[in-house]
Design a binder for this molecule. Structure first.
Ligand code: GRG
Length: 302
């Protein structure tokens, strides 16, 4: 088996573990409000790439830690990510009809229920994290888990994803600098990607030098992820993307492609890919799976 085939298989195995845990969280009894659970489940089951929780598990694997220890945190990040997509697709935000190849949440459940489904996913994420903290019996591990919980909350909040979205909305139709675009995406997309890597490193007891390396790695792949997203929005097709391409241009959004041009955006992507790999040098071959994930992020077609 080639290395790539081996790592693809590993990624598939991790996705199976993640999906089965996510499934457990939705095993709820019959309740009069079951419609909101159905709406939440609809988006969770719509088939995302699960790149953020896979990253968390891959860091665990790198640090020889038990992946089941980080799994609830990894799933919580996926719930937060899914809530952000539901809200981002609403008519008051990006007004999208398709996501993950399916009609968006509000198209199926209506706007009000889609807002509640997003809220429900965000709350469920922190309910899961808090329950993990309550269950933890070992003081040092508990401290590390609290730190991880803080990192995830901060990354999802106004210093992170929500803050980035606020800049995005208020920048529409305006000329913005490359610097502001970089800041916007470090917050909007990068923060949660970084949180999935760093929170896992912390729970697994990574040393300071290792955390610094993971920080640099996740900074690079977070930005690379967004540049690739902009390239796909420019070049991609509805059928493979699972969402409407070309939306950024139509809505007058500045993107890495509109600011840098396609060729420079592609070179920047290659540069970030190499930098992400370099950042992992201190781990040697053990980091090959994380390097493979960088490649998946930069060469993905959806
Ligand atoms: C509404 C608070 C709030 C935030 C929204 C993340 C976000 C902020 C908006 C999503 C819009 C977007 C297309 C961002 C670009 C990068 C990104 C997050 C893409 C979607 O992530 P993937 O490709 O999605 O990991 P899947 O469906 O595979 O999980």
């Amino acid at each position: 088996m080639s290395n790539d085939a081996f790592y693809y298989k590993k990624m598939e195995e991790y996705i199976k573990i993640i999906n089965s845990k996510l499934h457990e969280y939705f095993n709820v009894p019959e309740l009069p409000q079951k419609i909101v659970y159905e709406a939440m489940q609809y988006s969770i089951n719509a088939g995302g790439k699960r790149i953020r929780p896979v990253l968390s598990l891959a860091v665990c694997d790198l640090l020889n830690y038990d992946v089941y220890e980080i799994l609830p945190f990894a799933c919580a990040v996926e719930l937060i990510h899914t809530y952000s997509l539901i809200h981002d697709d609403l008519p008051c935000m990006d007004n999208d009809d398709y996501r993950r190849g399916k009609p968006t949440n509000h198209k199926v459940y209506g706007e009000a229920m889609a807002v509640l489904a997003g809220d429900g996913l965000l709350n469920l994420a922190f309910e899961i994290i808090n329950e993990e903290l309550l269950k933890c019996q070992e003081l040092e591990l508990l401290k590390r888990k609290i730190k991880a919980a803080c990192i995830i909350s901060k990354a999802s909040g106004c210093r992170g994803m929500i803050g980035g979205q606020a800049i995005d909305i208020t920048s529409e139709g305006k000329d913005i600098s490359e610097e502001l675009l970089m800041h916007l995406h470090n917050c909007k997309t990068g923060a949660l990607i970084k949180a999935s890597v760093i929170s896992s490193g912390i729970v697994c007891g990574a040393r300071e030098t290792e955390l610094n390396a993971l920080d640099k790695y996740s900074q690079c792949i977070g930005l690379a992820f967004q540049i690739k997203d902009d390239i796909l929005d420019y070049e991609g097709e509805m059928q493979t993307l699972g969402k409407t391409p070309g939306k950024d241009i139509i809505s007058g959004k500045a993107t890495f492609v509109s600011l840098m041009g396609l060729d420079r955006a592609k070179s920047k992507l290659d540069e970030l890919m190499l930098e992400s790999v370099k950042a992992l040098a201190c781990f040697g071959e053990k980091a090959d799976f994380l390097k493979f994930i960088s490649d998946v992020i930069c060469s993905r077609i959806f």
